[in-house]
Design a protein around this ligand. Structure first.
Ligand code: NCD
Ligand code: ZN
Length: 342
């Protein structure tokens, strides 16, 4: 299929870091412009781990979005929650996000024992609340996700009605695991479809490509591409767009996170077009997520045209200070661009 224009119906970003305060105000518009909604991550400082905190954060997000048509699907930060807490939270959340303690940005308050978490998993299963997981162990960096697949396997068996979302998968092992249990699903980022560890550390170190989980081997990227381009029914797009200011990225001790919200749709369209898979983009960007999470998103059509544009280097007007936020694909020319919303 060769076409110069594609209209996507209700694109959804099923894993997004919007941050809070000034950073939230700076980044919200980029996602709200191109997406009909996003799953908002709870790894704030302190984490969003009560209904009160979640409702306050949602108000802050809605204020930052302003008049755009965009639904923030909120998540709680996993801890032990009582039945009453879960029941009260259920109407306000799309799921609960589990971070093993210390594996990524702002995860110090995360889970230290999967066994101890099981009573809460059982309550979530009974109430039909999905479990979203940052699936990395604290092992050797390239093996962390593969090692965690064993934990996914245990949970999927023990809690067969619990919907488990493997967030931002990066390995062929995780892709293969998708087919082993009906209650296991995954999100895939755009950067993990485009880069491998070579792009991060094969030449001069690229801090703006450093994220958790770290990009892996070419064969892993190939497996992710196969799943995304074929719109494997259990995968959804989740950007994991995670802005950090330059002083946190270009530092001794670089923060993990790639900021991809502003060009994610254009990059995906270019990629699906390159592989002659544009017919599957709608399912990857929205259809699968709607089916998996039983969502009915707001009506929002986003049209992209085959028209070259240059990705800006930095977000907004803050371009030459330590507070600047550098974009994924900065200064690259992409062959597709978002042209209109309706
Ligand atoms: C995320 C962040 O900065 O909040 N960073 C990242 O590298 N992906 C956290 C996360 O999703 O792991
Ligand atoms: Zn994330």
């Amino acid at each position: 299929m060769s076409t110069d224009s594609i209209t996507l119906n209700a694109p959804l970003d099923m894993h997004l870091h919007l941050r809070q305060g000034k950073m939230l105000e700076r980044v919200a518009a980029a996602s709200a412009a191109h997406f009909a909604g996003a799953v908002i991550m709870p790894n704030l400082v302190p984490p969003v781990d009560s209904l009160d905190a979640l409702l306050r954060y949602k108000d802050e997000v809605l204020a930052a979005i302003g008049a755009s048509t965009f639904i923030p699907y909120m998540t709680l930060f996993f801890r032990d929650y009582s039945e009453a807490e879960l029941q009260a939270a259920k109407p306000h959340i799309i799921g609960i996000k589990l971070y093993p303690a210390g594996v990524t940005t702002n995860s110090e308050a995360g889970t230290r024992s999967i066994d101890d978490a099981k009573p809460t998993f059982a309550r979530m299963e009974a109430l039909g609340i999905p479990l979203l997981v940052h699936g990395e162990t604290s092992g050797f960096v390239l093996d962390r996700e593969r090692e965690f697949v064993g934990i996914y396997d245990e949970l999927a068996r023990e809690f067969p009605k619990l919907k488990i979302i493997m967030e931002h998968i990066t390995t062929a092992d995780a892709v293969a695991f998708l087919d082993t249990h009906p209650n296991v699903f995954a999100t895939i980022t755009v950067h993990h479809l485009l880069i491998t560890l070579d792009d991060v550390a094969g030449g001069l170190l690229q801090p703006h490509l450093f994220c958790k989980p770290i990009a892996k081997r070419p064969e892993d990227r190939r497996a992710l591409l196969d799943a995304a381009l074929n719109a494997h029914p259990k995968v959804m797009f989740g950007s994991d767009s995670a802005p950090h200011p330059r002083h946190a990225k270009e530092a001794c001790g670089c923060a993990a996170g790639v900021f991809s919200a502003p060009m994610a749709l254009a990059c995906l369209t270019e990629l699906f077009d390159y592989y002659d898979a544009l017919d599957n983009l709608q399912a990857f960007i929205s259809g699968n997520a709607q089916r998996i999470y039983k969502l009915t998103p707001v009506a929002k059509h986003v049209t992209l045209n085959r028209q070259p544009w240059t990705v800006p280097t930095y977000l907004d007007e803050v371009t030459d200070s330590i507070d600047a936020v550098r974009l994924f694909k900065a200064a690259d020319v992409l062959s597709w661009q978002v042209s209109s919303l309706h």
